[in-house]
Design a protein around this ligand. Structure first.
Ligand code: 0RA
Length: 640
């Protein structure tokens, strides 16, 4: 660029973007895959804002063959006029100034803005190349940048009747650990945005793969979201209960539906951001739900012959799927992950809205109201039965005195940070594991075959199941709601690592899925805290002469055999069960921290996790069969 003038303003601009390049994680969260994907969300959010302001109907996202991405919308187009004060055109200002991404006039607040809400200028700073193409006032304009620095003036490319903005950018490989976009990750978020902003058309095309594309548009908004979440569940009433209200400049939208499962599934969003740690909007909702349904139960005499029964909030949320979405000016995000809404006035606003509208709904739909109320009462009765069963179990097993199960082979170490427990299937594998372990810090708990499928059982039955009692006792954490005095308490966990060690066969995979379902549904704190692991026993031992090698997958076996092709007489031993290995082998391949590999179970996507657990372990056979057919290749890895 021949005559770029470095005015005081453009130097200020450069300094701003320089800060972004120096500390990218501060602006976009990370330089790993999440940060890479965040760049797309940051641009898309601007288009969604245009749509929410009423000027844009569709957003098109394209992943190009070289992993550059374009985001195109049919909004008003970023203004291009000369900005006298800043001495540059508005387009350049928006793309190079931190936090100038929003509207100049401030009359409409920026609704989306991502978790970090840093604007397109950050995306520009972190891209080797970015091009903005604007259609506006009958013309096509364009301007290009390298790492945030303009490399062209504002150009006029021609005439058009269309309006809109296209931003194309290529993430800087010097900044990001990976520059490979995931179609699935982007699709998931774009689908979520389409649910949260009803009617907007969002399309994604992956040019790296012929024909790979999705188009999302949900005129039903949150109601469609609930239907999607509960796809494989049996609803208690035909369609989701929905309401929305604009109050004090805050938009509150809620959709909820009860199903016949025992799980609570509430997702909350603030300005399109998934507030995984909840916050004031969620607590406002819960308070209102408890008050409103309880008052319905009282005034309609739903509880018969049991006037001492207390119905708690959790009883009213059993089998409930709900989405709460609020849009507000100046959201405050709190907590370590900035995923908790802090604005205190929102609790009252949501509480009042839900109280009024749910109250009216129940009054106007007596048949549905009765079903919901009955379900809540049954849940309270089951919870009460579970409490009694728990007390009984405790007395029977001497749990009160910190007793440990008889079949637990405990370790010597008392510091949870240094100790681990292996959950092992069957007594024979348990025997090998006991002999192969390092008893100073490794405990073994042999479990009898298949534990209960908790997806199909209610809490009172779950707590009476012996294998589950034994696990809970060994973990030391207690069981049940974290809000209860004697409920789950992670501080009492006796082992930092809970390692599921099952056979590398179909039964082993089933037992592992049952255990994961139990942990995910009833001790989610362990999963969230990163305490749950899966051991990786080898599938085969290859032996040629004196040389031995363990391999952990069929792929690895093929590669190993190829590299041994000159060796004669390779003996392949397939391990069907852990019991087939001698204790030393089991220790070396699977248990010893110096030589084993463990997979840590993470909860990255609770929406998808819920759908998968429901499908795999729930009542409906058809979706499970389809899932397994569709994922036959991947199914081994599905639980990690
Ligand atoms: C500033 C002002 C106006 C629109 C935009 C920015 C805008 C930004 C982006 C980013 C992606 N798509 C976008 N669309 C619009 C208001 C323009 C006006 O008043 O005409």
């Amino acid at each position: 660029m021949a005559d770029q003038q470095y005015t005081a303003d453009s130097i200020k601009t450069l300094k701003g973007l320089d800060a972004v390049r120096k500390r990218p994680a501060m602006y976009i969260g990370s330089t790993g895959s999440p940060g890479l994907h965040h760049l797309v969300y940051e641009v898309v959010d601007n288009s969604i804002d245009e749509a929410l302001a009423g000027y844009c109907t569709r957003v098109d996202v394209v992943i190009h063959a070289d992993n550059s991405v374009s985001v195109t919308d049919d909004g008003r187009g970023i203004p291009v006029g000369y900005h006298a004060e800043e001495k540059m055109c508005a387009l350049q200002l928006v793309l190079t100034t931190l936090h100038a991404g929003g509207k100049f006039d401030n009359s409409s607040y920026k609704v989306s803005g991502g978790l970090h809400g840093v604007g397109v200028s950050c995306v520009n700073a972190l891209s080797v190349e970015m091009t903005a193409e604007v259609r506006r006032d009958g013309k096509i304009y364009s301007m290009a940048f390298n790492r945030g620095v303009p490399v062209t003036e504002l150009q006029t490319l021609g005439d058009t009747e269309k309006r809109g903005t296209r931003i194309t950018f290529k993430p800087d490989p010097d900044v990001f650990e990976t520059t490979e976009y995931s179609f699935d990750i982007l699709s998931k978020r774009l689908r979520e945005l389409a649910f949260l902003n009803k009617g907007i058309i969002i399309k994604i095309v992956d040019e790296r793969v012929e024909g790979k594309q999705h188009e999302f548009c949900y005129p039903g908004g949150l109601s469609s979201f609930i239907t999607y979440l509960d796809e494989n569940k049996t609803p208690l009433h035909p369609s989701p209960i929905c309401f929305s209200q604009l109050k004090d400049g805050v938009e509150v939208e809620i959709a909820m539906q009860y199903n016949d499962s025992y799980n609570e599934n509430i997702f909350s969003f603030a300005n399109n951001i998934n507030t995984v740690d909840g916050g004031t909007h969620l607590s406002g909702f819960k308070t209102a739900l408890t008050r409103t349904v309880n008052s319905y139960i009282d005034s309609n005499n739903i509880i018969k012959n049991n006037n001492k029964l207390e119905i708690k909030g959790e009883d009213l949320r059993e089998g409930l799927t709900a989405v709460i979405s609020v849009k507000l000016p100046n959201p405050q995000f709190e907590g370590q992950t900035k995923a908790k809404l802090g604005n205190s006035d929102i609790a009252g606003i949501v509480n009042t809205s839900v109280g009024e509208m749910l109250g009216a709904f129940l009054a106007e739909n007596p048949a549905i109201a009765k079903k919901i109320a009955d379900k809540c009462v049954n849940s309270a009765i089951a919870r009460e039965a579970a409490r009694k069963a728990r007390m009984l179990a405790r007395r029977k097993n001497g749990m009160e005195s910190a007793g440990l199960p008889d079949k637990l082979a405990d370790c010597q170490e008392r510091d949870p940070a240094k100790s681990e427990i292996f959950l092992v299937e069957g007594d024979s594998a348990g025997g090998s594991a006991k002999m192969g372990r390092d008893r100073t810090f490794q405990a073994i708990l042999p479990l009898k075959g298949k534990i209960l499928n908790v997806e199909k059982a209610r809490i009172d039955k779950i707590i009476s199941h012996e294998e589950i009692q034994v696990m809970v006792q060994a973990f030391g954490t207690g069981f049940g709601s974290v809000e209860d005095e004697d409920g789950f308490n992670i501080d009492k966990l006796r082992y930092g690592k809970i390692i599921i060690m099952t056979d590398a066969d179909v039964d082993g995979a089933h037992i592992r899925t049952l255990l994961l379902t139990f942990l995910f549904r009833h001790m989610p704190g362990l999963v969230e805290n990163g305490n749950v692991y899966i051991a990786q026993p080898p599938l085969y031992k290859l032996k040629a002469g004196k040389e031995e090698r363990y391999v952990y997958s069929d792929n690895e076996k093929e590669t190993a055999l190829q590299s041994w092709s000159e060796k004669k007489n390779v003996v392949i031993q397939r391990y069907k069960g852990l019991g087939e290995m001698n204790p030393d082998q089991l220790a070396e391949t699977t248990m010893n921290p110096d030589t084993r590999t463990l997979l840590q179970v993470k909860l990255e996507d609770s929406i998808e996790a819920d759908r998968i657990f429901t499908m795999l372990m729930g009542e409906e056979v058809e979706p499970r069969r389809k899932f397994i057919e569709d994922n036959a290749e991947k199914v081994k890895f599905l639980d990690v």
